[in-house]
Design a protein around this ligand. Sequence first.
Ligand code: NAD
Length: 494
Amino acid sequence: MSQTIIDIPNESISCPHLVGGEWNQGSGESFEIFSPYNGESVGTSHHATTEEVNKAIYAANLASESWKNTPLKERTGIMFKFREILLRDIDKISNMVSLESGKTFGESKAGVMKGLEVLEYALSLQNLDSAAKMEVSRGVHCEYRREPLGVVASITPFNFPAMVPMWTIPIALTLGNCYVWKPSEKTPLTATLIGEALHEAGLPKGVMTILNGGVQTVNDIIDHEDVKAVAFVGSSKVAKLVYTRATAHGKRALCLGGAKNHIILLPDADSEMAGVGIADSFTGCAGQRCMAASVLLAVGSVDSQIEAIKKRAEETTCGEKMGAIITKEQVEFLNQAIDEAVKDGAKLILDGRGKPAPKGYEGGYWLAPTILDGVKPGSKAAMTELFGPVLSIIRAQNISEALEIENSNDYGNACSVFTNNGAMAELVAKNASAGMVGINIGVPVPREPFSFGGINESKFGYGDITGSNSLNFWSDIKKVTTKWQMQNDHNWMS
Ligand code: NAD
């Protein structure tokens, strides 16, 4: 191991499938996993074939019978142990996340911590989610029972190899489902560590399945008749495809897509809060998070706050302070998008291109923070998800104009406002066309039990992916009405 910013192992990591509780490489075509830190291959995996997908789901379905009949408290006991193992191994898992996704070690650890928060919420379900029972007429009781669905599937993106899967694994498993996970083929290595941790915690064989691969593997999973629900997180284009395919089979699907998040900056905003909050939002995870600020709607005279954002962004150098971009192609895409924005009339007030790579990581994929001012509403830099550390500033005369621009975007994940005026903040909270709103918060991720999810083109399906609004996605509610004795007062339902 060479230790500088992250540990890069000397040997290639093998990334197997987990089928029926056994790890195996499979017989499908192999693919390599590259680290954005140095551009080198760090591991190998294989595409799960149709036959392997069928075999895996058969094993999951067999395991489902016993797992769904395991009492909630017993299932929760295993998840408690899972939590202890994740905390014990948090540095190892975080390093793996960094290695394959390009995040800084601190960001990776924060992602695992957020996953643990969802896990802690799942652990509380045994106490919080006891179902209602009521005597609805003399001697007749109605009750709700939450029942697992059976085998459920989850398809996850590259940018949070631990956190995004951990949005759904704890809740889906605790509620008694068997979980089939297809991680991103760009970042599948962390999945092995999570699968190992679940088995060490005592999860029965077949309850967790991990299948590696790409489009064909995803389609085989969705099409399998024993898969009852499909959760997806990734780009909007693929979210829509997966949602359409799953629902065409009559399955429930919840598919979270991409984003173009806006921050409205008002003249009365605190410069320090705005500087740190907005710069960290667009540079965090090198801009590769679905909650990253992408457009700054600068209302009126906000030059002092913009100067604070620029200063903070300039200090956010690549390496220890800001991670790498996922692929070389994505760096090229971002460079071109910056060129196009300038051609469209924007002014480059901070250019992150061509900066020296961190020492020892010259082969990696880097772009330092970049700020474009005077971006035109409706232009590519204003409308499309770039997914990199690029902030597009659009100037607006007033808050109504700013909200109009925000509302005109197809996405609807997050919108924030920086102000000291409560009425203005409330106006944005009410009128932003986004599922998650922040007030003086750059990355307005709701914390458990408040659920996570956008609207518009950022989400296809009903409900949210975490928190209390996710429970009904992972379960069916059975209504049981009971009478044990003949009653004298017959009515229409006796
Ligand atoms: P992606 O859509 O390219 O891939 C996501 C998953 O879909 C991967 O597992 C991939 O193998 C699979 N996939 C790719 N093409 C497919 C196809 N044609 N059919 C079926 N499956 C396919 O996304 P990505 O590049 O890995 O992740 C980045 C995107 O994810 C960004 O758009 C980002 O905003 C979004 N994202 C959204 C959220 C959210 O909560 N809304 C969270 C994280 C990331």
